[in-house]
Design a protein around this ligand. Structure first.
Ligand code: CA
Length: 245
């Protein structure tokens, strides 16, 4: 039996958090419940969860602030987050996932839908128990999320903290495209405003350091970047024609 995965629920609506606790337990997850943003952050530092279900409107600290702090801390930046949002303007906050969330569900939601999203996000970010060394590997590139060491074909390379965060966000996204604003949220931490052009400058620097593996970071025109070991036709990252096969 593998260890039960731990989900942190940060939600101030009592009825909803109890319903989530009951259903997630029944689905086989270990569940911790916090009812304010601050309690949520305390729970994260007490035990790094495998996934966070995070309400946006919370007392003390909003869900977006909590997400920003989780992303800004290298020890927790990898933890997947699903935002629980009301319809309307809250959706706008997380669409584009600028806050660094992996997914969101709008209230009211069915438990079936929520559990499916939880499973999908955990599958996508699958990395076993939180106690295992957290290594991200793609092609010959490896990042150690605990020691912050980066290697290319086994040779250590020096990345700045921002570069490390950007590259780990791209590797963790596992081929998914990340927008520049989403990358900014993950790499710069909350409260830091930079232009999207800054991301391009960092990506250029990272590619240079990745040397022969620079091609794993693909430019997606008009959107952002994604990392995949698959080769592409154009060295500048122009999307390959879909004529393969
Ligand atoms: Ca709320």
């Amino acid at each position: 039996m593998t260890e039960r995965r731990n989900i942190l629920v940060v939600e101030d609506e009592r009825d909803l958090s109890e319903l989530l606790l009951y259903n997630l337990n029944r689905a086989g997850y270990a569940v911790t419940v916090a009812s304010t943003g601050r309690q949520g952050l305390e729970a994260v530092s007490a035990r790094i969860p495998d996934l966070i279900l995070l309400d946006i409107m919370l007392p003390e600290l909003s869900g977006t602030e909590v997400a920003g702090r989780v992303r800004a801390n290298p020890a927790t930046s990898h933890v997947p987050i699903i935002m629980l949002t009301a319809k309307g303007s809250e959706v706008d906050q997380v669409v584009g996932l600028a806050v660094g969330a992996d997914d969101y569900v709008t209230k009211p939601f069915s438990m079936k839908v929520l559990l499916a999203r939880v499973e999908a996000v955990l599958r996508r970010t699958n990395r076993g128990g939180a106690t295992e060394p957290r290594l991200l590997t793609m092609a010959g590139v490896q990042l150690n999320l605990e020691t912050h060491e980066a290697t290319v074909d086994g040779e250590p390379i020096k990345l700045t903290l921002t570069e490390f965060r950007l590259l780990s966000a791209l590797l963790q996204a596992n081929g998914r495209v990340l927008s520049r604003s989403s990358l900014m949220g993950r790499a710069m931490g909350p409260g830091v405003t930079v232009t999207e052009r800054t991301i391009d400058v960092h990506v250029t620097a990272i590619r240079k350091k990745l040397d022969q593996h620079a091609g794993i970071i693909k430019t997606v025109r008009g959107v952002g970047y994604r990392a995949t070991p698959e080769p592409e036709n154009e060295p500048d990252g122009t999307p390959a024609s879909s004529s393969t096969i």
